[in-house]
Design a protein around this ligand. Structure first.
Ligand SMILES: Cc1cc2nc3c(=O)[nH]c(=O)nc-3n(C[C@H](O)[C@H](O)[C@H](O)COP(=O)(O)O)c2cc1C
Length: 314
């Protein structure tokens, strides 16, 4: 039951950044095909209330995939079952996070070390829900092509609907360049769709990734934080070869502040604003100054005033 048919454009899961307000901001600029939530802890999800939890706030779920993280098959199945009640577009299993705080529990990319456990997790989630299930993975712990393919084939045979490949090793973190040739390799070797992820920094990169890998879709993380309209630009380029005019970045920054205020308490809104602003302001010449100025704001109102006073342009 793949959700991927045409060239799909996906917003990546990013902790503290892939939240309801940022999704709404991206929708203001035309949206994308699928949004991934930030990773949700499978130990906590079954007890969380969507009315209270800042992680389970959403405006809509019909373009949203919930990403879960964990390594206990029955806990992962419970979390997936619980989230499926909100009728998202799918459930994703995190097999890519490389951070110590995740891998020390055997979660994230650590699952790629243990093919049997990874299969048990995948099958448990697959059985638990009647929704598309994806796995977002890395290359694993080395550049071993055979292991990567065996692992991906295992996922395919356990009923996964599609794979998102971020072609870096666990050790790479976000360093070195993403090795797109591995996306092409999985695409050539699997029957299920393969989504490419990593280092798409503009429309041309997206076209290059498509041409070089033949992937079924592109997932974008950091560049969508800098330019929430990147999906619109790629879609338009694919449709008619033109890129629309660049929107006003100041408006985008204020727009995000207003959306954060709408969905979160002021304290949390400000916290999340401070996480997002280094990305959104990165096209300004004096971005450090802007980030510092805006991060000092003690309320959303003050933040709007400070924004009004900033005279530099991108
Ligand atoms: C701040 C931040 C938080 C992230 N959080 C997650 C996460 O929760 N789950 C996940 O699978 N990947 C996470 N990632 C990885 C991204 O989803 C993506 O794979 C990576 O940034 C490469 O794509 P990009 O070059 O388009 O940014 C995170 C990345 C960043 C920069």
């Amino acid at each position: 039951m793949p959700v991927i048919g045409k060239i799909s454009l996906l917003m990546a899961p990013m902790v503290d950044l892939s939240h309801v307000a940022f999704r709404e901001l991206i929708r203001c600029y035309g949206g994308c095909d699928l949004f991934y939530s930030e990773m949700l802890n499978s130990r906590i999800i079954p007890q969380e209330s969507p009315l209270k939890s800042p992680y389970l706030k959403w405006a809509k779920t019909d373009d949203l995939v919930f990403q879960i993280v964990g390594s206990d098959p029955s806990r992962m199945a419970d979390a997936a079952r619980r989230l499926s009640l909100f009728r998202p577009k799918g459930i994703d299993i995190n097999m890519g996070c490389w951070l110590k705080k995740i891998t020390r529990h055997g979660w994230g990319v650590a699952l790629m070390k243990d093919m049997r456990l990874a299969r048990n997790v995948t099958e448990a989630v697959r059985e638990a829900v009647d929704l598309p299930v994806s796995v977002k993975m890395r290359l694993g712990y080395s550049n071993d092509r055979k292991y990567l393919l065996d692992f991906a084939k295992m996922l395919e045979s356990s009923g996964i609907d599609f794979i998102v490949l971020h072609p870096r090793t666990a050790e790479d973190g976000l360093r070195k360049s993403a090795r797109w040739e591995y996306i092409a390799y999985l695409k050539d070797s699997l029957d299920i769709p393969v989504i490419g992820n990593g280092d798409v920094g503009d429309v041309q990169d997206a076209l290059d990734m498509l041409a070089q890998t033949g992937c079924d879709g592109i997932m974008i993380g950091r560049q969508a934080l800098r330019e929430p309209w990147i999906f619109r630009d790629i879609r338009q380029m694919l449709n008619d070869g033109k890129i629309p005019p660049r929107p006003d970045i100041k408006k985008a920054i204020l727009g995000l502040a207003k959306l954060l205020e709408k969905y979160f308490t002021e304290e949390l809104a400000l916290k999340r604003f401070r996480k997002a602003i280094p990305w959104l302001a990165s096209s300004f010449k004096f971005d450090h100054f802007i980030v510092k100025e805006l991060s000092r704001a003690k309320s959303i109102k003050e933040l709007e005033t400070r924004m009004d006073e900033i005279r530099v342009t991108p």
